[in-house]
Design a protein around this ligand. Sequence first.
Ligand code: NDP
Length: 336
Amino acid sequence: MGEVPHSVPHSTQRGLPSPDLFTMKHLLTTSLVFIGILCSYTVLSIIPNTNTDVDRTARVAVVTGSNKGVGFATVKGLCQRFNGTVYLTARSVVRGQASVEELRKIGLQPRFHQLDITDDSSVNAFKTYLNDTHGGLDILVNNAGISFKENATELFSVQASETVRVNYFSLLKVSKALFPLLRPHARVVHVSSAFGRLPLIPGSQIRARFSNSELTVEGLNQIMRDFIEATKTNNYQDSGWPDKPYVVSKVGVSALTGIQQKALDTDAREDLVVNAVHPGYVNTDMTDHLGVFTPERGSQSSLYAALLPENTDIKGKYIWHDNTLVDWANGPKPAA
Ligand code: NDP
């Protein structure tokens, strides 16, 4: 009994499995480990990064430049009327968090995230945060903007490049970063102005460039760069430019809206909508509090455009403060 026949492989003599059995077990173990790794990898890659206190199925709204003024009132209105998570964003963490606290005191629950629309790294960090935390975006209100005061001492060319950089190019930067996150039925609002109407550009040739139905974003960018370049000479008005950089920046925003809507119309995601709005003449820091509307009243058109129902026809439009549609390119100026 104790003898092991010669035919029995050596390894068996030491209580080890036969090479065949060994190979099979080894293969089985290796396969199981491999399948295990594959499964874990697959599960991990389909379960997005989770932020434990966030419901990733909840809808998400973002308002830029919302620590004060019309943007702050827009966040307030969205907290009251939008069924989802609302982000108050600001370039200053201190100012932004103080504004969030103000809304919390009246029982509203906005979230805060830092966002300087002129800063690539801030915009990209916010994009990554939104993607990792929520996986998408349902409402984007591009509200942040600047306007130099009448008595500003900066060179006109500096005012021109800075105004266009913030109001137009940075709004475009935010759009480019966040549009890929838009979910079906998302609503984007660009806060333009009554100054964002084309008739305020004196030169007919420049007006024709802005209203060209074939205009692309790159073509529009070139118009904005041409304006900045023209202001480096003293005769920019002779070429048909206005003496208000704010006008050019906001006409750019109104024009961009139509171009972007055309692109969104062919997007695989259903019912993506972008509109521009004029908030009215609003009592904010920007107007030295001379505006006649309260910030809440000024936020009416932004809220209207942000909360447009599914499959709305109102897209690529310019919406006046009373929620009526206005032809920004050719229409007469509506009553203030
Ligand atoms: P305010 O000056 O009161 O508020 C502007 C907001 O934009 C502030 O929160 C400001 O932040 C923010 N902002 C400025 N630059 C940046 C930046 N680089 N990154 C992020 N946020 C920034 O203006 P309003 O509330 O009056 O204006 C809101 C929007 O409405 C603007 O686009 C404006 O052009 C437009 N508008 C306003 C009208 C009015 O009558 N008030 C009329 C027509 C249009 P911070 O506090 O840090 O400066």
